[in-house]
Design a protein around this ligand. Structure first.
Ligand code: FE2
Length: 405
């Protein structure tokens, strides 16, 4: 009969420990998990009042994490100097005289007496002191038996390990958040700097105000339509902003001369594609393909472009996108020697030159987007210092297919 009772008790304890294991590893939040764990312990030993305090090494005290049954705990804290933690037994329940001889009791005698604490279980992992569980008297008034104390030791180990893991996770998450914030700051600085460059480039050409911003805008829209991944869309946007940076080295009069360029002047202007690419290659941007896209922005599938006279198979998709975005914006902007084309005329010109000057796939995607007046998704989420959802480049909202159609 007695053996049978022991077996039943053992089964009950094992099952309660399994419950506890599930609670401390469940997907709930850390504090909620510990609350449920405390409830399991309370149920296991028929102890109505229980509280869990966690160690705060910086303040040399223990803060209340969760409690059951105890009232008026508020944000109770237990005082415990580091010298005292070393004296505590590791995960062993302390009761009666043993408890009263600890520094933990001595430093917090008032609170322990007021709460009528019967048992305190110091929580330790291998490496550190984690906290303490305070338990009130059992409903039966009985003391904990040897086997029950053993079960409580195992439960204390589980809770200590769960709290330790949660802390490591919190530290790791904080580190990740800090790294992310540093990365975002750096990224913002990149974009602010790049936009400042683009403004300087555009300022050189009085007829193509904001040209680089619009090219970036169209190019990013095409890349999104082609399902490029977000970091690559960002790369083509940056390439659009910087594609003409080499023009900064050219004379303003030459840039604004328009028609009637001498062959030497033409050659000078043509050099800007490779100069732009070389300048950008010297900046260690996070987007490695940007210099290549820029170098290709005046290349053509038929091999008649510059600077390398590449054929379609050797051209980067980014270069093909920039070429159409750049040409479309040039066509739909006023020039000293001609007024701007309408959207219809520009698209017709793009179609006429598809296969020779422009890539077939990019051309049809872009034409479809313009014809459908497709609203562009947020195109420059990387702009500087504005509230979310607010355009950082208000002028590009005035896009040609809305105003010229
Ligand atoms: Fe260019």
């Amino acid at each position: 009969m007695s053996d049978n009772l022991d077996l039943q008790r053992m089964l009950y304890n094992v099952s309660a420990l399994v419950d506890l294991g599930q609670e401390v590893t469940s997907a709930r939040g850390y504090a909620e998990r510990m609350k449920m764990a405390l409830h399991v312990i309370s149920g296991m030993f028929s102890i109505p009042n229980a509280a869990l305090f966690v160690h705060d090494p910086k303040r040399q005290e223990l803060a209340l994490l969760t409690a059951k049954g105890f009232t008026h705990l508020g944000d109770a804290r237990l005082v415990l100097p580091d010298t005292e933690t070393a004296q505590l037994p590791r995960n062993e329940p302390l009761t009666d005289g043993l408890l009263q001889r600890t520094g933990l009791f001595a430093k917090n005698a008032n609170l322990f007496t007021r709460l009528n604490v019967a048992t305190a279980v110091p929580l330790f992992t291998k490496q550190e002191f984690i906290g303490v569980i305070l338990l009130g008297p059992r409903l039966s008034g009985n003391r904990l038996q040897k086997t029950e104390r053993d079960v409580l030791i195992v439960a204390a180990h589980q809770i200590a390990t769960a709290i330790h893991n949660a802390r490591i996770f919190e530290q790791y998450a904080a580190q990740v958040a800090e790294n992310r914030s540093l990365y975002e700051n750096m990224r913002q600085i990149y974009h602010d700097t790049i936009q400042a460059f683009a403004t300087a480039i555009d300022a050189k050409d009085q007829y193509t105000k904001h040209h680089s911003f619009r090219v970036a805008y169209y190019a990013a829209a095409i890349a999104r339509e082609l399902q490029w991944k977000e970091s690559d869309v960002e790369a083509i946007y940056v390439a659009g902003l910087l594609h003409d940076i080499g023009k900064l080295s050219l004379d303003v009069d030459l840039i604004n001369k328009g028609d009637g360029l001498t062959p030497m002047e033409q050659e000078k202007i043509r050099r800007h594609a490779s100069v732009s690419s070389d300048i950008v290659a010297r900046i260690r941007l996070p987007w490695q393909e940007v210099p290549r896209y820029i170098r290709h922005h005046h290349e053509r599938p038929d091999g008649k472009g510059y600077p390398d006279s590449l054929h379609a198979r050797d051209l980067s998709e980014g270069g093909k996108i920039l070429s159409i975005a750049d040409s479309y914006d040039a066509m739909t902007s006023d020039r000293p020697y001609r007024p701007r084309l309408t959207v219809k005329e520009a698209l017709s010109e793009i179609r006429r030159c598809t296969g020779t000057q422009f890539d077939g796939k990019i051309s049809s995607v872009f034409s479809r987007m313009i014809e459908q007046g497709q609203p562009l998704k947020p195109l420059h989420p990387w702009g500087g210092g504005k509230k979310s959802g607010e355009s950082t480049l208000p002028h590009v909202i005035d896009i040609p297919w809305r105003t010229n159609a």
